[in-house]
Design a protein around this ligand. Structure first.
Ligand SMILES: [Zn+2]
Length: 280
């Protein structure tokens, strides 16, 4: 006879009452597979304490890392996409927007805010990959354009943090027009003699690379970021050659003269602040 016998049947403990490690307490690095406490990972600016892998983060994390005391004012908070082309793929575009808003808690793939960074005024636009692959649609372009307007009006430097798969297919030509619009606005920023720093993060590709991401007075990147225009398979097929090792990484792009420097996210705020202090 066994000592422990369940005599009553049907006793079930609901999952939420089971004593388990709370969800999200541990972070497993996708690069080196080591495990660390999420608090430690966050304190380390969301980089791996073992191999320095820079995890993909969004506007919320960047704003809290860069703005003093995480204090900022957001511009055009509620701007939301229209459906100029009445576009339908596997679902209608407005339905896709609606479900992505609900899922991500974001209104579109870019947020713009202003505040202080190490005591200096700055305007920052930051993309969110979690919103339809960080794709550049009319809202992204308009928010960046208005961010630049704000920088000009308040005579503050402008920082763009890019993270994008490129143009938003559901807006086709309207999406491509954002390249011209943001580039023209950046020309006005230059006329006003205000600095523009572009930070390219993992990944920055397509129409974003082909416009504002590469137009900085300083183009800088996070280590290991994928940076490119077309995907490697397309390029390989076009040029009919094998691609070199490390192709389209930030390190490769730096070596070939397209970046000014690579910055560790843990040093990002201080480096940006001292760079802006020099440019004053
Ligand atoms: Zn790691």
């Amino acid at each position: 006879m066994s000592w422990f016998k369940r005599t009553e049947k049907g006793i079930n403990t609901p999952t939420e009452l089971k004593r388990e490690t709370p969800d999200g307490l541990w972070y497993k690095c996708p690069e080196c597979k080591n495990v660390m406490h999420t608090r430690e990972h966050k304190q380390n600016a969301y980089t791996c304490i073992h191999c320095n892998y820079h995890d993909k983060i969004g506007s919320e994390a960047y704003f809290s890392l860069l703005f003093d005391e995480g204090d900022f004012t957001e511009l055009d908070k509620d701007m939301i996409s229209g459906d100029p082309l009445k576009f339908v793929d596997t679902k209608a575009y407005p339905d896709r927007i609606k479900s992505t808003v609900e899922k991500s808690g974001l209104k579109d793939a870019c947020r713009t805010a202003y505040g202080k960074m190490n005591g200096q005024d700055i305007t920052i636009s930051c993309m969110d990959f979690g919103f339809i692959g960080g794709s550049m649609g009319s809202v992204v372009g308009e928010k960046i354009a208005r961010g630049i307007d704000h920088a000009i009006k308040t005579k503050t430097p402008f920082l763009m943090i890019s993270k994008s798969g490129g143009a938003r297919m559901m807006e086709a030509g309207f999406s491509l027009m954002q390249m011209a619009k943001t580039s023209a606005k950046l020309a006005l920023l230059e006329e006003a003699k205000l600095p523009y720093i572009s930070l390219l993060t993992d990944p920055t590709t397509g129409g974003v690379t082909a416009s504002y991401a590469m137009l900085g007075d300083f183009n800088i990147a996070e280590p290991g970021s994928l940076i490119g225009f077309a995907g490697p398979r397309i390029i390989k097929e076009t040029i009919g050659k094998d691609l070199p090792k490390g192709f389209q990484t930030a390190e490769f792009v730096l070596e070939h003269g397209f970046l000014d420097f690579i910055v560790d996210r843990k040093d990002l705020k201080d480096k940006l602040a001292s760079l802006l202090a020099i440019l004053k």
